[in-house]
Design a protein around this ligand. Sequence first.
Ligand SMILES: [Ca+2]
Length: 193
Amino acid sequence: MNEGPTDFDRRHNLVVSGTVLVPKTGGLTVSAVARALSGSPMTVQDTNTDPDRNGILFDPLPAGDYSGTGSDAYSVTSEGGRNGAYGPGFFQIDLRFGYRLRVGGGKTLDLFGEIFNLANRANFDNPTGDRRSTNFLLLTALRAGAVRGRGRLACASRSRYETTTPSRGLRLSERRTMTRAASPSGVARPRIT
Ligand SMILES: [Ca+2]
């Protein structure tokens, strides 16, 4: 029977975010987003064997505890069957610092600094669950979109100029700029909203 959880059966997904206006700083804001996700399913199998002798080599291994070998090994408890085990979870905290300057003439300039993956956690993708592979239950790749390495710093600025005209009401012109991250291999992501 090829029954089991779907590939997208992620049981827990918690996101907490907030912003604090730091007193006595003239407008410094600190924002944070924390994301915690449980792992997604994977099948523990051995495509070298055909226990049910039907000629199809995708039979899941029996329920039990399995582990890779080596320093990057991952251990799972499989309930057997399709997607009977779960891969590693995900956790990341991102910070943003913001400060608005009034530069006169109705103009404001917003400065931002962002730190990604403050906790410096390596969020791995599911390892291969095929015992035939030399990478069986070894953590070899980061999850798609995961930030590599310790928190990266990206900086950005945004300038606004507000005018009021009789016919069109408030008109807002805005210019956004991004600067490269301060770390050598950093990324600058346009996260301004
Ligand atoms: Ca089979």
